[in-house]
Design a binder for this molecule. Structure first.
Ligand code: NAD
Length: 504
């Protein structure tokens, strides 16, 4: 069986005492074993990273980004292998996996601007012979703790700016799909990155807690579920670490009566069911405004659902693949049943989809974690299918009678990651963007993930911490500011002064 270990100090390590299974979600079979790091293994990795960081942090930033640039090229050259690995461990389609890589390399491209991002500020003559300047310095050793659903993109969102800013980076990816993160670290070394600057520690809570408790780690960038995001944020605060922790979501889409219903339905179906709904920016709540809009939208979505193909992510023509694990499938099935019991209309029920007569490359898909697209109508805000993040191919419709009633839904929801509106009315769109209590807003755009040079982050229970991911915030997060006040008087003016220095 294939064995996946850690990547520390530029080398693959020996196996850890504890091991986890890596499944192929399309077959349900174990395809590899992954080492789960102990505290001692994490501490050794961090010590090694601390040594490696000194030279990397002192290096001219333009030299550092030459390494990042080469790394970017190697990722592009190896994207076929990386995308196949993502599909086999995560389950998403090959084309979707290419998108996972591309949105990650976008942030590496942005990180090539590090010399500009790291430029400080300078004020001359703030006093007699006195100048003040500020500079951004790397923090030292920083960490990223990342989720299963974007095994290339999110590690690169963290690693790109952190490394370009001169830090050493310890990545603890999801134990469900660890192969691509390890390959990314190998490619960084191949690109000329010094050994020990980019390390991958595989593992579970034990590895995470060792990172959180290490006094050497200065910042933690986390992405995952809200409960763990909050735990990590609080534990980092207790040990004086900088933290940015991004959590779960429940993304609404308002459909106004004047919207182009066909365009809206196309966008919503892709954003709700793509990647089996396992995206933090998936649309999971449709809010049609007015009964007529609701009926037209429902009919258009049902028609499109009928054309969706669920199957192995490497098969051509498949729209989405399996969920990541049996536990994810059980959870989605449970929530669907709760919706039915609560009295919502189940318009399309994707439960119990049977792919046992299908196989891919000789392997049966019968044991895979598949679920068909599911649509609920007449959902009300107290139902668990509305309140909780389902993280599966389930779209719920909550009907609203007016724009005011519709916007109140995302505004009062605990999550505030993404939101969208479909309308032909610029005034309504503008009003929506100004008043919706959500971090990322789409206007006739279903998945408004900002481009790499803007920042990504939700509001409310979708994010803990002050600074967003990628864009200029990422350099602020992974650097600290130093402000120097220097005095070079013309003559010998030295006197002892016992009062607070002020501008005279
Ligand atoms: P998760 O919270 O289960 O795991 C995320 C990371 O935390 C993994 O590395 C995991 O090993 C670790 N972890 C899990 N349990 C832990 C524990 N008890 N103590 C310490 N560490 C622990 O999340 P997931 O299932 O991998 O990912 C899906 C979630 O991520 C969804 O809620 C989704 O919305 C969210 N997500 C959010 C964003 C965003 O930017 N807001 C982006 C992608 C995914």
């Amino acid at each position: 069986m294939r064995q996946i270990n850690h990547f520390v100090g530029g080398q693959t390590t020996a196996e850890s005492a504890r091991q986890g299974d890596v499944l192929n979600p399309a077959t349900g079979k174990v395809q590899a074993q992954v080492s789960l790091a102990s505290k001692a293994e994490v501490d050794a990795c961090i010590d090694n990273a601390r040594e490696a960081q000194r030279a990397w942090g002192a290096m001219n930033p333009q030299r550092r980004i030459r390494v990042i640039n080469k790394w970017l090229q190697l990722i592009h050259e190896n994207q076929d292998e990386l995308a196949r690995l993502i599909t086999l461990e995560h389950g998403k389609t090959y084309d979707d996996a290419l998108g996972d890589i591309a949105r990650g390399t976008d942030v590496l491209e942005f990180s090539l601007g590090a010399p500009h991002q790291l430029k400080g500020e300078y004020s001359t003559n703030v006093g007699s012979g006195i100048d003040t300047y500020s500079l951004r310095q790397p923090l030292g050793v920083v960490a990223g703790i990342t989720p299963f659903n974007f095994p290339a993109m999110i590690p690169l969102w963290k690693a790109g700016p952190a490394l370009a800013a001169g830090n050493a980076f310890v990545l603890k990816p999801s134990e469900r799909d660890p192969s691509v993160p390890v390959r990314l670290a190998e490619l960084f070394l191949e690109a000329g990155g010094p050994a020990g600057v980019f390390n991958v520690i595989n593992g579970d809570k034990e590895a995470v807690d060792a990172i959180l408790d290490s006094p050497v780690i200065k910042a933690v960038g986390f992405v995952g579920s809200t409960a763990i995001a909050q735990y990590i944020f609080e534990r980092c605060a207790a040990t004086g670490k900088r933290a940015q922790c991004f959590g779960g979501a429940k993304n609404h889409v308002l459909v106004m009566p004047d919207a182009n219903i066909d365009a809206a339905a196309d966008a919503i179906v892709g954003a709700a069911y793509g990647s089996a709904g396992e995206r933090c920016m998936a649309l999971s709540v449709a809010v049609p405004v007015g009964e007529e809009t609701a009926e037209r939208l429902k009919a258009a979505i049902v028609e499109r659902i009928g054309n969706l193909t669920v199957g192995h992510g490497l098969e051509k023509g498949v729209d989405y693949g399996p969920l990541v694990a049996q536990s994810a499938l059980d959870r989605v099935n449970r929530l669907i049943e709760e919706g039915v019991q609560a009295g919502a209309d189940i318009v399309v029920d994707g439960r119990g989809i049977d792919l046992s007569d299908k196989e891919f490359e000789g392997e049966s898909l019968g044991g895979g974690f598949f679920i068909g697209p599911t649509l609920f109508d007449k959902v009300t805000p107290e139902m668990s299918i509305y309140l909780e993040e389902i993280f599966g191919p389930v779209l719920v419709m909550v009907r609203a009678n007016s724009f005011e009633e519709a916007i109140r839904l995302p505004n009062e929801h605990q999550y505030g990651n993404g939101v969208a509106i479909f309308t032909e009315n610029g005034g309504a769109a503008r009003e929506f963007a100004a008043h919706v209590e959500v971090g990322m807003v789409g206007i006739n755009v279903p998945i408004p993930v900002p481009v790499a040079y803007h920042t990504f982050g939700g509001w409310k229970a979708s994010a803990f911490g002050d600074l967003n991911q990628h864009g200029p915030d990422s350099f602020r997060f992974y650097t600290k500011t130093k402000t120097v006040t220097s005095r070079w008087p013309d003559g010998d003016e030295s006197t002892a002064d016992f009062t607070m220095p002020v501008m005279k």
